[in-house]
Design a protein around this ligand. Structure first.
Ligand code: URA
Length: 421
């Protein structure tokens, strides 16, 4: 079978997608034998009629196998975490070295920011010299030696997804749960994982704002990853407030370093919970995880990873010497009251407008962001703005003020739900 049209027609007519059909589409996306028109029609058929659960697994496997799939022979489990993205979410920078210090191997292939959220690679590139683009040989060497590496995908990782992703963007088919699932998992599973934990955000700063749609995505991801042979669970976690008080590339690296050095807070709590889940999935004991963080072993693994990927050897000792600082740091004034609601997406847009995130100026952003229930006013600002100049600072101050509502509000649990296969 080489003609994609019967495969597209079957989905259009509600008959789902089978393994050979998924392979034909994924290979054709990767080698160009499926045209843009066919790929757009395929995506629309999937969005409107769905692939069915077996079809989603088949599509994920076929997209994973459209490129190179890593295989490992290491003296410990190979694990990873994926987050659907939020504000102040610097978990990856803490979790990867923490799991490495605990005897796991974490070959983390990460992404750039999507929408209003920051990307792990953008944050790491705020470290002078840090190279996200590592040849596979070096990636493998660093993972073997240190236990973790955080890199960008090479052209060989799930090429079918790269093409379909662009076509979804152009054809109004981004929000299909089947396509989102296959897209996320094809890239993650190409890293050759034994276990994967997913952090699906819900709330005002999440891509899926409602808990029920986040739940549907989490369920689809967990069923599909397990169906494709990778032990996986998901947490639905709160994004009605930022995960940590900093947003912006260099500021978040600072935040991650403080967390690695023992600072308490939601970033630490969530990292420990996700890391424990990873260990359990991989059949390892999660006992002693907090002690590993407190011992400094995770911080040391982070420092070694940064140095191995081209960054400074003394980043943890002298972060201020290496991470750029904005020329202007000003408070966001607030009337007196308590924080009742935060439009976290608006905070993300404020950071992007300052030049943080992908529109790069690594040193800008927000820190000391107020959280739900915090008292503000009378000398306690909503946040500190780190800006390139006064004009940018004034725009950010107005945006941050608009993002906060003072008054009564509820603070929900950090982990809203746990989804298992
Ligand atoms: N992240 C991905 O990699 N793909 C999607 O479709 C959405 C988020």
């Amino acid at each position: 079978m080489t003609d994609p049209r019967p495969v597209i027609a079957a989905i259009r007519d509600g008959r789902g997608l089978d393994g050979p059909g998924a392979a034909l589409i994924a290979q054709g996306l990767a080698d160009g034998s499926v045209s843009d028109a066919q790929a757009g029609a395929f995506a629309m058929a999937v969005l409107t009629r769905g692939t069915g659960q077996a079809g989603r697994v088949a599509l994920t496997r076929a997209m994973r196998d459209s490129g190179h799939v890593l295989q490992w022979d290491l003296p410990g489990p190979v694990v990873d975490k994926h987050s659907t993205g939020g504000i102040g979410d610097t978990v990856s920078l803490v979790l990867a070295p923490l799991l490495a210090a605990q005897g796991c191997f974490v070959p983390m292939i990460s992404g750039r920011g999507l929408g209003h959220t920051g990307g792990t690679l953008d944050k790491l590139e705020a470290i002078p010299g840090y190279l996200c683009d590592q040849p596979e040989e070096d990636f493998r060497r660093i993972v073997r030696k240190i236990g973790c590496a955080i890199v960008a995908a090479t052209g060989d990782v799930a090429p079918a997804d790269r093409r379909l992703y662009a076509i979804r963007d152009e054809s109004g088919t981004v929000e299909s749960i089947d396509l989102i699932t296959a897209s996320i998992l094809s890239k993650k599973l190409a890293a050759g994982l034994d276990a994967l934990v997913l952090d699906v955000k819900a709330g005002s700063g999440a891509i899926l704002k409602k808990s029920d749609s986040a739940g549907r995505l989490a369920q689809a991801l967990v069923e599909t990853a397990n169906g494709a042979g990778c032990r996986t669970t998901a947490f639905i976690t709160d994004m009605d407030q930022p995960l940590a008080r900093s947003a912006g590339n260099a500021l978040e690296v600072h935040e991650a370093i403080r967390c690695l050095q023992g600072e308490p807070g939601a970033l630490r709590d969530l990292t420990l919970a996700l890391a424990a889940e990873c260990l359990t999935l991989a059949g390892q004991s999660a006992e002693g995880l907090a002690a590993t963080l407190e011992s400094g072993a995770a911080a040391e693994a982070f420092g070694r990873m940064v140095a191995a990927q081209g960054g400074p050897r003394d980043l943890l000792v002298r972060p201020d010497a290496h991470l750029a600082r904005a020329p202007l740091i000003v408070p966001v004034p607030a009337p007196q009251g308590r924080v009742g609601r935060i439009d976290v997406t608006a905070l993300g847009h404020a950071v992007l407008a300052l030049g943080g995130g992908r529109v790069r100026a690594d040193r800008v952003g927000l820190d000391r962001m107020a959280m739900l229930g915090d008292s503000v006013g009378a000398g306690a600002p909503l946040a500190m703005v780190h800006a390139a100049d006064d004009t940018a600072a004034q725009v950010a101050i107005a945006a941050v003020q608009a993002a906060y509502t003072l008054g009564e509000g509820e603070v929900g649990p950090l982990i809203r739900d746990r989804i298992t296969a």
